[in-house]
Design a protein around this ligand. Structure first.
Ligand code: FAD
Length: 514
């Protein structure tokens, strides 16, 4: 072979220009790597899903006539890292041209910048052709250390790609339909929630390999695996979403319930893994949702489809831009100087707080939680309790099937922990038990009382919320979005204030027992 082309585990993009022509002198390399299994401790389903998707992609490429070298952990375990493996493969096959696609993670980009492959080897980088915004254009939208507002960025994207536009105006006359959305689920709504589409992908060999190489992992293993690992399965998830979930996607986007039984993903798409591995393209996903809306305007309103497009065209592209503009500094930002240890119940789900018990257990069971569970249950707790963002990131990066650093880090350290001091979010997403009670039925069966603040029985979030707001009063009082809450606090008597803070102090000293 003359040319070696590296395909990383999250670069399973069959539509990439590389694959348009067959070339007998070109060898594609897809490799399971120990370095990818242990840069953080991953959920077992995440390890299985990545390896299964990589292997299916290799098979599909072979079937369409390309030469593919698929290496399992058994083949690669003796190499220290990716560059060492690349040196070996280029030498073994007498390669003169090494090519790779722009990685989405800083860690891999660093490894591929100068992989020291021996003299005489030409190295070429290609665009990954996955995102709406080309990599090399990110700098014209994002500046290191500068806050960018998602809403402004999103509107630019809508205009630039002419998505949900009527001329230069937003379709439906509004950019944002959030006020129509954000409903909680009533008892009568529960029976209507569609069942998620699940697959039965065998992963026995992969599980054995993971054990054989003593890869550290956690979470509940499933064999077969329920997640999509091929393009065909990913398209089925997309179709299922457009048909059954999109009609209520926006409306119940922020809702949570403990009563949903097997319907744990509610009206969410569960497309993040398929998107992040590039089995699906964001444009394809956006177009499918818009086509479904246009075909059934009676069942799907614009508020639903706009809510979805906002996530994919807005948030997803936005966090990627923020990541690249601010790495590697972003990884160690800790605006509130949060230093507490993540409570052990994040790894077991064993807590009396029902909201956390639900969100964490579901994450351990399925390697999945929807956005509000991540932001306003697990994330909110860590923010209020002042958990070290390194530990928070480690948890999020490991537990979710869709967690890849470029998207996990700005969401976790930025949006949910405000560790970046407001680059991603204009205010900390802090809420008391009241928010959880409004958006979910979690509080109903909880050990704690959401209406109380100071008693032994009081929902810990209620006092922790005030402790957080007062710990950072200097900064938050001047923020016009958070400043108003102090008026209510200042009207309370000293005794009342003391009792709330005492309860919070007790909770902070006993986080593990909550
Ligand atoms: P849906 O609710 O159906 O949304 C549709 C799609 O929009 C998602 O598949 C996703 O691709 C995109 N999207 C929605 N919100 C965001 C967002 N804030 N940032 C980027 N894309 C978004 N998403 C990840 O893909 N990987 C992560 O590691 C990740 N970590 C997160 C950590 C925290 C603390 C928070 C608050 C959010 C995180 N998200 C992450 C964003 C979001 O929660 C998930 O994308 C979503 O829950 C995936 O489920 P879904 O496919 O059913 O999403």
């Amino acid at each position: 072979y003359q040319r070696l082309r590296l395909i990383l585990g999250d670069q399973l993009n069959a539509a990439h220009r590389w694959f348009r022509k067959k070339d007998d002198r070109c060898l594609y390399l897809i490799a399971e790597l120990l370095q990818e299994t242990n840069y953080v401790r991953h959920h077992i389903q995440k390890l299985c899903a990545f390896f299964a998707a990589m292997a299916s992609f290799a098979d599909a490429l072979k079937q369409s006539g390309h030469d593919v070298l698929y290496l399992t952990l058994d083949d690669t375990a003796s190499f220290d890292d990716l560059p060492a493996l690349l040196r070996h493969v280029t030498e073994k096959y007498g390669i003169t041209d090494f090519e790779y696609q722009q990685p989405d993670e800083h860690r891999l980009q660093q490894q591929l910048l100068k992989p020291s492959l021996g003299s005489g080897i030409t190295i070429n980088r290609y665009e990954s052709e996955h995102f709406m915004l080309p990599f090399d254009e990110l700098e014209s939208y994002f500046t290191p250390g500068k806050a960018v507002r998602m809403e402004a960025f999103y509107r630019k994207m809508r205009k630039r790609f002419d998505i949900l536009m009527e001329g230069d105006q937003p379709a439906g006359g509004q950019w944002n339909f959030d006020s129509d959305n954000r409903q909680s689920l009533k008892k009568a709504d529960l029976a209507e929630i569609p069942e998620p589409i699940l697959f039965a992908n065998p992963v026995t060999d992969i599980l054995q390999r993971i054990e054989r190489h003593q890869v550290a992992h956690f979470g509940v293993p499933t064999d077969p695996l329920i997640w999509p690992v091929t393009r065909k399965q990913s398209l089925q998830v997309l179709k299922h979403f457009c048909r059954y979930c999109l009609p209520s996607f926006g409306r119940f986007q922020d809702a949570m319930t403990a009563d949903s039984d097997h319907r744990w993903s509610l009206y969410h798409s569960r497309l993040s893994f398929a998107l992040n591995t590039k089995m699906l393209h964001p444009k394809q996903v956006i177009e499918a949702a818009i086509a479904a809306w246009q075909a059934s305007p009676d069942t799907i309103t614009i508020a639903q489809v706009e809510g979805f497009v906002r996530q994919v065209l807005g948030w997803r592209e936005f966090v990627r831009g923020m990541y690249w503009a601010n790495m590697p500094e972003y990884r160690s930002m800790n605006h509130f100087n949060a230093r507490r240890t993540l409570p052990a119940f994040f790894w077991t789900g064993e807590t009396h707080m029902r909201c956390l018990q639900q969100a964490v257990s579901q994450s351990l069971d399925f390697a999945y939680a929807h956005h509000i569970q991540r932001l306003m249950v697990a994330g909110n707790f860590c923010l209020l309790a002042g958990i070290d963002p390194d530990q928070v990131d480690e948890w999020y990066l490991g537990i979710y099937l869709d967690a890849i650093e470029w998207v996990e880090l700005p969401n976790t350290r930025g949006m949910s922990q405000f560790g970046d001091g407001g680059l991603v979010a204009s205010k900390p997403y802090a809420g008391s038990g009241n928010y959880i009670n409004k958006m979910s039925d979690y509080c109903r069966g909880c050990h704690y009382n959401v209406k109380e603040k100071t008693t032994e029985n009081a929902c810990p979030l209620n006092s922790l919320y005030w402790h957080f707001m007062l710990r950072h009063r200097d900064q938050l009082a001047v923020n016009h979005r958070t400043g108003v809450v102090y008026k209510g606090w200042d009207k309370r008597s000293n005794d009342e204030q003391r009792a709330v803070l005492d309860r919070a102090e007790w909770c902070l000293e006993n986080l593990d027992t909550l």
